[in-house]
Design a binder for this molecule. Sequence first.
Ligand code: ATP
Length: 733
Amino acid sequence: MQGSPPKGADASLVGGNIKYDQHFPRPEFALTFEVLFYRPPVMNATQQEEKEYLEEIKEKLTLAIRRVDDAVKQFSQELRQKKQYIHEHQSGMDDADMVAAGQSINRMAFTGDAAVSRKRKLLKLGQSPYFGRIDFVARGQVSTPIYIGVHSFFDERQRLNLIYDWRAPISSMFYDFELGEAFYKTPSGTIQGDIELKRQYKIRDGHLEFMLENDVNIHDDVLQQELAKSSDDKMKNIVATIQRDQNAVIRNETAPVMVIQGVAGSGKTSIALHRIAFLLYRFRETITAKDILIISPNKVFADYISNVLPELGEEHIPEMGMEELAVDLLENRYQFQTFFEQVSALLDYHDAGFIERIRFKSSFDFLSKLNQYLIYIENNYFTFNDLRVGPTVVPSAFLQQKFKAYHRVPLLKRFALVVQDVQAYVRDAARRKLTGQEKGRIGEAIPRLFKYHQVLDLYRDFYRWIGKPELLKIDQRQRLEYADVFPLIYLRIRLEGISAYEHVKHLLVDEMQDYTPVQYAVLSRLFLCRKTILGDVSQTVNPYSSSSAETIERVFPQADVVKLFRSYRSTVEITAFAQRITPNPQIIPLERHGQEPALVRCSNRSEELQAIQQLIKTFQSSGKHSLGIICKTLRQAEEAYEVIQAAGVQLLTEESTTFKEGVIITTAHLAKGLEFDEVIVPFASARTYKTEVDKSMLYVACTRAMHQLTLTYSGEITGFLLSPPPSGAPEPQ
Ligand SMILES: Nc1ncnc2c1ncn2[C@@H]1O[C@H](COP(=O)(O)OP(=O)(O)OP(=O)(O)O)[C@@H](O)[C@H]1O
């Protein structure tokens, strides 16, 4: 292509003032001549021309890779020489020389790293350079083909952008518009125009598998193909098929808090990760991967999503679970039950008191009461008396006034400050230095003006204050219940102040439904940055402590809330089946069909396990990648694992850290956020699934299936599956 006009450059001149856009080569033949209208021919109009163009692009990519290789070689040679030089001349170098040499080495290493990362991107483009194209005519300009890929490719020789990053402002039109009028926003304003051509490509291993002209329905064929595929052991990127409503969430730059509430399989996690990739691109001068934090439900989930950002050319993002955060914030001072243990306890036995405690501590009322208590102790737990230190009397009014003056300092942090003030007062009154004894007297007396000094004592007192001391249960080993962990942290933050996470510039919280108002209050105080919070209230693993978008909005009134109803993961049949458990008339399954979910009735448990073994064999010869056997409890999962023990079957527990394809036995709680080609739900009997928590587990388990779902049971089937699919549910699209 270099130096030659675009294909078919025998331009038809119809008039107009030609302006060549920076997005496209300025053809040599098009010198500055005035014409009335000009309609340039379509570049790469036919499939054959597209194939040839692809070869040209691949060649250019190969050349670019070679140039990067040469540069890397040169860097490492220079680096070696520099190190050698320093080694040889070390004795004659002063400190300043050493610092300068060190800086120069760091600079070279940094440039070398950047070259390696560029090479990685070019290699990836070599496999699949682009997936979309739009020919855009901005007002008063000529048509410009924009090829869109996972990364951009700027050909340095031609000084031309041959491939646009999917996150570039101009690429947004690929997702937002069909043929006809379109616009995109740039930092310097909105560009209006028309899309004259829109294409999608599937390029795999450098070969054009197919090409689609989109004149009406964006993405649907390609999307269908993507969704019909077998699952991977890692979440995939969806850049080629991002839908319009998803794109709006991904590219929202302004929301301080973005709450995404979406039905199972609506792409929440995918969108959130693509949003992070977008923000890293858009604000690349100010945010890097290490400035972002993902709060994820467990290590397996973190592993499952770990590929998306590196695939999009971004670095790995730091991740942590709520429990890790709690350990950090409580500085390892308290032992506590984990969330997984809390949910397991709810599933294993029905304890009305336990449920009552969880329910209360997950309410808004509880958060308001904690706030009222903080005001109460401030007004009532100080007892001011005159303080005698040697011959000096410090009046109670002075003490009171000093504490008041520090009202912006967290309460338990004020004592040290008042101690200093009192020492100064006594020193001035006595006109001499204080003795050690006097200092000791002040240091002891000032804290005694307040009733409690340990946060845990205050937390205990809170329950006495509300007249419900029975709502706090700490066992003999001083182990806190999970429901008490974040209230205690909240009090700690309010009373002692913590400023631990100021470096985080964007916080991503997945599975938002599992966190309570107090947890959000903690997050809002710890992370002052922008946030993306996502989840689905129907997928709570603890219905006694679940949060909806509305709950979260009360903590973050400035939030932008987006609701997603289109479900991409499962076939229409599986989605309709899951609707029996938790109906949501607003759900819109994507039109993709498969087998009806099967209910396999067995006469007893061991027959059930035999049936599952048979299903595993069928799966293993099916060519599908993943089968999830999802039980209600860990005990059931262990029981099934013990009996099944076939080669390649893995048990996923709370301690697991990775997600691999194959046959996995696990619990609904741990399977949350994951997906499998096929899912088996064992023990789907009335005995196993009877409470509200059980129902949530069953819903989560069934909605993990992409293509096939089987439930086995012995005895009576669970009542949650008896109701027919709700009528009036929206048709698939
Ligand atoms: N636009 C899209 N193009 C292709 N695949 C998509 C798209 N949106 C979602 N998907 C696919 O749908 C599946 C579900 O996505 P994801 O796990 O992000 O949904 P979710 O809403 O977080 O699900 P859940 O809450 O049930 O765990 C994934 O396989 C994802 O790749």
